[in-house]
Design a protein around this ligand. Sequence first.
Ligand code: C2E
Ligand code: MG
Ligand code: MG
Ligand code: MG
Length: 292
Amino acid sequence: HAKNCGKNNAKLYSSSLTMQIMSHVKLEVGLRKALQNNELYLLYQPQIDVSSAQVVGVEALVRWRHPERGIISPTEFIPLAEETGLIVPIGEWVLRTACRQAMAWQAAGKQPVRVAVNLSAKQFKDENLTQIVLSTLHDTGLPAELLELELTEGTLMDDARATMVTLEQLRGIGVYLSIDDFGTGYSSMNYLKRFDVRALKIDKSFISGLPQDSENAAITRAIIAMAHGLKMAVVAEGVETGAQLLLLEQFGCDLAQGYYLGHPSPPESIDLMLGNQFTINGLAPSDDGHAI
Ligand code: C2E
Ligand code: MG
Ligand code: MG
Ligand code: MG
């Protein structure tokens, strides 16, 4: 009896494993066609200057409109894109689309808006990266300083020498480099000093418990102090409440990004936020230029 049970379990297990593999393969086949079928698109999430309440940047976040499954999150398909190498053409498309959009905002006479693009470790290791960034800036006409590339701690720690060379090249072009999800990976403080990174993005896991969580408040304050000591700017990710924004302002945080300030949105929604009529949750910036 017990034997039978085990057999059935094994069968059940293997059939669900087969299904998992099959759906994985199906997704991969679909992802290969997603680019040519125009199924990928970008949303833009505003980054707000905490002291002036102005939109100073946007982060481009990719989505996949799957013909059968509906909208698929990047947390599901970016790892698959990395595994299969599809991240290189997809990343190139993201870069080009984001730069073209930023240039359109620029050409429409809006205030300068920096566009941030996420780079995965695989893209960073691609020997053509610098050339791709250069030709994208050239083709779209976007000034290099309006392009931000977000790297992770893991990407920077991977291979010190190759990383150094690529970072030097990107710095030479004049793009703005930042470290995403800061505090969740392995970072050597020594690296922060050596790499010419302009900003740290504090991971949202530190922000979510604020203002009550005193340990995360201490960590957040310490990251801000360290970054400022190194002449780097700080972006808080995942700001969901006014109380969090207030605390971050007290800590001297430079920029904030999160649902409280704006969800990832199509470009037309960002259009409306640019210019003078922008307000945070219906509140205009106060007279002294402060958001709150
Ligand atoms: P990320 O770069 O850290 O992006 C921030 C994520 O936090 C986004 O998730 C955003 O929608 C979400 N978020 C923003 N504000 C809030 C908030 O107030 N609360 C909470 N709980 N979440 C918030 P999304 O768009 O699902 O992207 C997930 C991750 O996928 C990104 O994390 C990034 O690592 C990756 N990703 C997205 N687009 C691209 C891309 O074009 N290329 C690459 N290589 N990776 C991408
Ligand atoms: Mg990011
Ligand atoms: Mg992040
Ligand atoms: Mg991330």
